[in-house]
Write a protein that binds this ligand. Sequence first.
Ligand code: CP
Ligand code: NVA
Length: 317
Amino acid sequence: MTVPGAADYRHFIGLGDAGGDDIAAMINDAIDRKAARVGKSKGMPDADAPLAGKVLALVFEKSSTRTRVSFDIAMRQLGGSVLLLDSASSQLGRGESIADTARVLSRMVDGIMLRTDDHAKMTEMARHATVPVINGLTDLSHPCQIVADLLTVIENGKALPGLEVAWFGDGNNVLHSILEAAGLMKFNVRVAVPAGYEPDRTFIDLARAGGAVVTMTHDAAEAARGADVIVTDTWVSMGQAHADEKLAAMASYQVNAGLMALAKPDAVFLHCLPAHVGEEVTEEVFEGPQSAVFDEAENRIHAQKSVLLWGFGLLGN
Ligand code: CP
Ligand code: NVA
């Protein structure tokens, strides 16, 4: 479980901040803590309550259900508490700078989780904060989601090295973090997206530099064949306009029974949610026996507890 570490705080802006060994430590700790909670009410603290007395500010400039609730419950289970800020009801919405917000919050709370649009706001918050800052999603990346996804994959009996993960649809923030994870945890990614919707080249290069095989294709069937994990996300992310042209381009990348049949028989279907059933995934797959989407959603709690412990220097190297 949690090991004593340096007392210094650490920011979790991308998976690379932690590195492969510490991500593995996070997943192991999440598995242990999850097992130790069987039969406990969700709000009851873990026996060791390692973050007793700590307060985490949850700052939202975009909507959220899972990230908001899972960070709140994660902090309760670790013995701490949260307070919630959104741009509409805080001075952020009236133009107070990220730098000043970071410095004020650092005097008042022990950690900051931020969900925002422009990734530069996240790095600005981290630059000026003197408490751990955790990336709860930007337009560029969603690292907390991927810790939960890897935990879900491992719970399904799969080892990460050499795993074949196939992504369908939009080359977005979630895919970027999957690619970052691939280089760190040594799994391979097949990316099936329409022309013009490719992920940021930086993340492909990062994955390849870490030793992952990244296959870029416009052929969904090619990506699905023999895959261990099939994953997709909404075709229209928060802050993006609904464009008929984009939806039309995405149509042949829908995850449906035909596509699942090409993957390994024990392949797992993942989706970070919220889903648009009937668009990026059919109801048959979403509700089907290979879908692990609600385990994946629950695992946001368990994974984030590990991220928080890592941020407070209580887990990892
Ligand atoms: N998957 C995810 O981050 O969900 P929310 O947008 O509801 O937080
Ligand atoms: N790509 C999605 C993820 C939501 C959790 C978005 O950014 O809206």
